[in-house]
Design a binder for this molecule. Structure first.
Ligand SMILES: Cc1cc2nc3c(=O)[nH]c(=O)nc-3n(C[C@H](O)[C@H](O)[C@H](O)COP(=O)(O)OP(=O)(O)OC[C@H]3O[C@@H](n4cnc5c(N)ncnc54)[C@H](O)[C@@H]3O)c2cc1C
Length: 490
């Protein structure tokens, strides 16, 4: 029969195997449904971890259902004992977990999903312990290890959070301030900047994100932890340590509630998490962002500029990067104000004689031609002209003084498009690498222009550099080869 199933014992062996397999597979699920210290240390990205958690969970639920289905088919309902009922409860709870974890439900009511998910996981482990109690300690060990894993993981997080917040450095009343970015002429908020002053000095790497807990947001929201990328960090001022800033696009839950606040008494930072893509190992770096994706890309630009300008003396010798192009496709013109102040600071940090960064923005709506004029080669803006991404990539790769990293942070549609273009480039050059960062924004219903306005431009053939209007100057082409990407006139 194979698979160790004995002839004539098909049902008995299947019952035993599916039961054992479901119990063993259940163990890693208790590392939790979000990233954790262990997962982060293993170098697993949050999305790979989500994927593993979802699929292992589905397999466990199916194995549990097969196991209980076969048992029910063999046992007379009048002879069902407490052990059977406990097993059935565990299988039913895991089946319910499967249904309630559908993307639709997670997206519509995340906190409801999270609470119920945790409760049902608890029911599964208790019911399974009762079910296995009579089968000897070898079987009982699976739920025990699962609970131990969950406890150790939780304790490790708690200890780190406690350490981070037991510092003396912060003395003012409010630990965080909020700056709202409103749409012109309206009260509606397109984004907000949350700046937190941690109680201990922190060394921030690009790509770092924290789960934030806000202790004065009312009982219901107090225990919610939401992940946000550190988009900017400032140098220490007077008694305050490095401040961390988070750029947030309001959704429907806690992030919406933040738009009613100007400051927060206390913010608990659980982290840092996140993988470092080590962009400094590439001679040319092309950062693509769309909408709130700028929150995930700006820290990489900041880190490279700081490292290149020797702020971090331990690492500057390892910085290979000579060209960094940050290409940002905005969903509404007003998103520009999100990073206005940071762009000015970036420019100061990247002196003209050693400049490595160029920022190119594509805004959806056209303006008066006088206002649209580009005066700054460091920060170029194009209004109502969709970008020709393929051409930008080709030119940057061609002009790169070595290896090129193409990184993206945007919604699924945008990231998928850039990924496809990067794969095309990788087919013709072995020096190109692609990276999708850990923050993957979901599609937003932006006011004003459509979300996909950027798709309007027909991509030109590889390497085309001619056109009839304004020119985009990428860092690698600036004054070196004299080549520029030409933008079409409307
Ligand atoms: C690694 C990472 C980094 C992120 N960085 C940023 C950032 O810099 N700026 C930014 O604006 N957004 C960021 N996000 C997304 C941000 O965490 C969610 O938009 C936020 O949690 C939504 O909160 P809400 O209560 O308003 O959401 P809801 O309106 O309740 O839900 C909106 C969406 O957010 C998802 N969501 C809700 N709560 C969580 C949670 N605790 N964990 C994960 N997803 C959740 C829901 O599934 C749903 O799809 C990041 C997400 C991840 C995974």
């Amino acid at each position: 029969m194979g698979l160790g199933i004995r002839p004539g014992h098909l049902t008995t062996d299947l019952i035993s195997r599916t039961g054992v397999m479901a119990s063993i597979n259940m163990v890693p699920l208790f590392l939790g449904g979000r990233t954790s210290i262990v997962v982060d240390m293993l170098g697993v990205s949050v999305h790979s971890y989500y994927l593993a958690h979802h699929w292992i969970g589905r397999v466990v639920a199916v194995q549990g259902l097969i196991h209980s289905g076969l048992v029910i088919s063999r046992v007379n309902s009048s002879t069902l004992d407490a052990t059977h009922i406990a097993g059935l409860s565990a299988a039913s709870a895991s089946a319910l977990l499967l249904v309630l974890s559908l993307h639709l439900i997670r997206r519509a009511a995340y906190e409801f999903f999270l609470g119920l998910h945790t409760l049902l996981a608890f029911v599964v482990v208790v019911a399974l312990s009762i079910h296995l109690a009579s089968r000897g300690w070898m079987r009982y060990i699976y739920p025990l290890v699962a609970v131990l894993l969950w406890t150790i993981n939780g304790l490790a997080r708690l200890i780190r959070v406690f350490y981070l917040h037991a510092g003396q450095g912060y003395t003012q009343r409010d630990q965080a301030t909020i700056v709202l970015h409103k749409r012109p002429g309206t009260d509606s908020v397109s984004g907000l900047t949350l700046t937190v002053w941690p109680k201990r000095p922190m060394h921030v790497r690009s790509g770092t994100y924290y789960y934030l807990y806000f202790s004065d947001m009312g009982l219901r929201m107090r225990f919610q932890g939401h992940p946000f990328v550190v988009s900017w960090w400032d140098d220490p001022v007077n008694t305050k340590f490095t401040s961390l800033s988070f750029l947030i696009s309001p959704q429907q839950g806690l992030t919406r509630a933040l738009t009613a606040r100007a400051s927060l008494r206390s913010v608990i930072l659980d982290g840092p998490y996140g993988l470092n893509p080590h962009l400094e190992g590439y001679e040319a770096v092309l950062l693509f962002a769309k909408g709130i994706g700028i929150a995930g890309m700006l820290p990489h630009a900041l880190s490279l500029v700081e490292q290149k300008n020797h702020k971090d003396t331990t690492s500057w010798s390892r910085v290979m990067t000579r060209n960094v192009d940050l290409i940002w496709i905005l969903e509404e013109n007003c998103q520009e104000q999100w990073i206005d102040g940071w762009i000015k600071k970036l420019k100061e940090k990247d002196p003209v004689d050693k400049r490595i960064l160029s920022v190119v923005c594509y805004l959806p709506s056209s303006l008066d031609p006088e206002k649209e004029r580009n005066s700054d080669r460091f920060y170029q803006k194009f209004y109502g002209k969709p970008p020709r991404l393929q051409t930008l990539i080709n030119i940057a790769v061609e002009a790169a003084p070595g290896r090129t990293m193409i990184a993206v942070c945007g919604d699924q549609n945008f990231s998928g498009h850039v990924r496809a273009l990067a794969i095309d480039s990788m087919e013709s050059s072995q020096d190109v690498t692609f990276e999708e960062v850990e923050f993957r924004p979901c599609r937003t219903k932006s006011e004003g222009s459509g979300n996909n306005w950027w798709m309007g431009a027909a991509e030109e053939n590889s390497g085309t550099r001619t056109g009839n209007s304004e020119a985009v100057t990428l860092k690698g082409t600036n004054g070196k080869t004299g080549t520029t990407v030409q933008e079409k006139k409307d």
